[in-house]
Design a protein around this ligand. Structure first.
Ligand SMILES: NC(=O)c1ccc[n+]([C@@H]2O[C@H](COP(=O)([O-])OP(=O)(O)OC[C@H]3O[C@@H](n4cnc5c(N)ncnc54)[C@H](OP(=O)(O)O)[C@@H]3O)[C@@H](O)[C@H]2O)c1
Length: 249
């Protein structure tokens, strides 16, 4: 159990890409962290690195966010070890490309499970800890930050199911602010265009990595959001790529 004013975060999808960048930033700020992803071996390596980077404590839970059991286990292990939460980072997500006409229902179910169902359940399960975290640090409050996508704001051909799930996530976070910001729990979706990670490697033939957002651009935005007082609500931030019209992934 950590002290009342300790900074404690849960980061989903913390082993690569944006989630790893966020976890590293939080470790440097001496947060205690619960990290989760499916690959247990990779989680162990990342946990050791985060400890070395300064994390006050680490719980790592190998779990599939597509499975109800996995989501519940992450929540239970975080509650057991820390019993408090100052930041919930909803980052784990799967990419799904393909025309709407050809979208398979199997892919739809998987995308919705990881990108929308798991975030909803993580928010529900974490809310008592977030409210307690906000009550213990009223000026800072507690924050939820969710990785949406620019395709959740501006629809794009070929990204229908992914964009629909990310749009729903923006709506969910807006409702969370309406219901919980008076309790000191505020939430933001970040909606970036392509970010240079493994997830976006499939489109390198059309968009080279140097024309994508950098992981650090998103990490810097998360850092800034976490520094806001509990009086500020920032519902959604669109981050578009330089050189585009601002509406394309
Ligand atoms: N990269 C982009 O261009 C981009 C743009 C806009 C928004 N986003 C969003 O930003 C977030 C992070 O993306 P990223 O590019 O950093 O992705 P990434 O490089 O593919 O990393 C995804 C992370 O999530 C974990 N993960 C994936 N599926 C999971 C599952 N079913 N259960 C539990 N963990 C799972 C992965 O670990 P395991 O594989 O071991 O589970 C990994 O740690 C996602 O929500 C994505 O939709 C990305």
């Amino acid at each position: 159990m950590t002290g009342d004013n300790a900074k404690v975060a849960l980061v989903s999808g913390a082993t690569r890409g944006i989630g790893l960048g966020i976890a590293e930033m939080l470790a440097r700020q001496r947060y205690a962290l619960t990290i989760t992803a499916r690959d247990a071996a990779r989680l162990d390596t990342v946990a050791a690195d985060l400890r070395a980077a300064g994390a006050a404590d680490i719980v790592s839970v190998a779990a599939d966010m597509a499975a109800t059991e996995g989501v519940e286990r992450v929540l239970a292990q975080h509650a057991d070890r820390f019993g408090a939460m100052s930041a919930l980072i909803l980052n784990a997500g799967v990419g799904t490309a393909g025309a709407l006409a050809e979208s398979s229902m199997r892919r739809f179910d998987k995308t919705l499970a990881v990108n929308l169902r798991a975030p909803l359940r993580l928010i529900q399960g974490a809310l008592p800890m977030l409210r307690a975290g906000a009550a213990a640090a009223p000026a800072r409050g507690a924050k939820v930050i969710a990785l949406s996508s620019i395709t959740g704001v501006y629809a794009e051909a070929g990204l229908s199911v992914y964009g629909a799930a990310k749009a729903a996530l923006i709506s969910l976070i807006a409702t969370l602010n309406a219901e919980e910001s008076a309790n000191g729990v505020t939430a933001t979706t970040i909606a970036p265009g392509y970010v240079d990670t493994e997830m976006s490697a499939w489109i390198h033939d059309r968009i080279p990595p140097e024309r994508m957002l950098a992981v650090d651009d998103v990490v810097g935005m998360v850092d800034a959001l976490l520094r806001l007082s509990s009086r500020a609500v920032v519902p959604n931030i669109v981050m578009s790529r330089a050189g585009t019209d601002g509406y394309r992934a």
